[in-house]
Design a protein around this ligand. Structure first.
Ligand code: SF4
Length: 355
């Protein structure tokens, strides 16, 4: 196998690289016609191979980025817009779901396309990048609403943009006095770490705080190049958080999550959210039950340092927002409350202040 230099973007690319068996091509055709495909050289290079040189079955990266025939199976409860973005879209490229923050989508392009993406119906080059006029309309919207404290750049993946474009966006937001925080949601530091250059890091600096939230689901994604790219950002004074998706067969066991979260905090990246899988179309094979997710979180509570514990959250279908979904350690009982400890034992607690 030769070292792959280009991002794989088609079924032919995937077959030529050995990532996909030619015999699977027929079954995958409807999937790749419907949903985007992109696998960066960095991710392809980290996928385990079998003796024949083909990508190994069950590899945690292959399962996240290589198309699967099961994506053609859409369950009745699955939705084209699973978290209800469109119910909160005042302008193209802008989602305003919560009062104090907006989500700005400067591009719909991503460096990789995750097979479980909650925006899989809208990501990709055909929905493109916002025009200057569309961006100006968004800046005017934010400027007219003093309650907007934070602007989240998401997408797509904002870090596929050039340093020049990012600098212009950050400068325009910085000119709006009441915005104090810019947050970027990205996979780039892990999946395409060469994009994190000193020029790009500099483009993200402004008078306020910049936070980067890295989407990462398995420690296998955190190769030395990814950790160096993240260290460049943190060393520049940009705090990093991580968000992960709970994915069946990839990270739905306590040991895998523990390794991921420990690797993150050892590298100054705070686990922030563990998302329950959204009801995106063709993604049923990735979803666990909420009870399984709660059981994993309960398992991690006792054995993993508190700073490595993310909140387990669900975006309620229909656009009703994101909430923590447990587990709860507080139980009602006949004489008041019982609080459960990390080992499962319950201890009574007075229901209200005494005296
Ligand atoms: S990087 Fe994010 S937006 Fe892009 S495909 Fe993956 S989950 Fe979707």
């Amino acid at each position: 196998m030769t070292h792959q230099r280009q991002t794989l973007r088609s079924l032919d690319d995937l077959i030529a690289s050995g990532a996909v068996d030619a015999a699977q091509g027929h079954a995958l055709k409807p999937v790749v016609e419907r949903f985007q495909v992109a696998v960066t050289p960095a991710m392809l290079g980290l996928m385990a191979r079998d003796e024949s040189g083909s990508v190994a079955q069950g590899d945690a990266l292959a399962a996240q980025f290589l198309p699967d025939p099961r994506e053609a199976m859409v369950a009745a409860e699955e939705l084209a817009d699973p978290i209800g973005d469109e119910a909160h879209r005042p302008l193209p490229g802008l989602i305003h779901r919560y009062e104090d923050r907006v989500l700005l989508q400067p591009t719909h392009v991503c460096a990789v396309y995750c097979r479980f993406c909650f925006r899989r119906e809208t990501v990709g080059p055909e929905n493109g990048t916002l025009s200057d006029a569309q961006l100006q309309a968004i800046y005017a919207y934010i400027a007219a609403r003093p309650q907007i404290f934070e602007v989240i750049l998401s997408g797509g993946d904002p870090l596929v943009l050039s340093a020049r474009r990012l600098r212009a966006i950050v400068a325009a937001i910085a000119a709006i006095d009441h915005v104090k925080v810019i947050r970027l949601h990205t996979r780039v530091p892990a999946v395409d770490p060469a994009r994190i250059t000193p020029e790009l890091v500099q483009a993200l600096k402004w008078r306020g705080a910049t936070y980067i939230v890295l989407h990462v689901n398995h420690a296998q994604e955190l190769a030395p190049a990814a950790l160096s790219a993240s260290a460049m950002l943190v060393d520049a004074g940009i705090p990093m958080l991580a968000q992960s998706v709970l994915l069946k067969g990839i990270n739905d066991d306590a040991t895998t999550l523990e390794t991921l979260f420990r690797t993150l905090i050892a590298n100054r990246i705070k686990p922030y959210y563990l998302h329950h899988g959204d009801l995106a179309q063709g993604t049923g094979h990735f979803r666990t039950s909420i009870a399984e997710g709660q059981s994993l979180m309960r398992n991690l509570r006792g054995r993993l340092t508190g700073i490595a514990q993310p909140a387990y959250v669900l975006d309620i279908p229909g656009g009703h927002g994101k909430v923590p979904i447990g587990p709860t350690y507080v139980h009602d009982c006949a004489h008041g409350l019982e609080i459960e400890d990390p080992d499962g034992a319950r201890h009574s607690y007075p229901p209200k202040p005494q005296g």
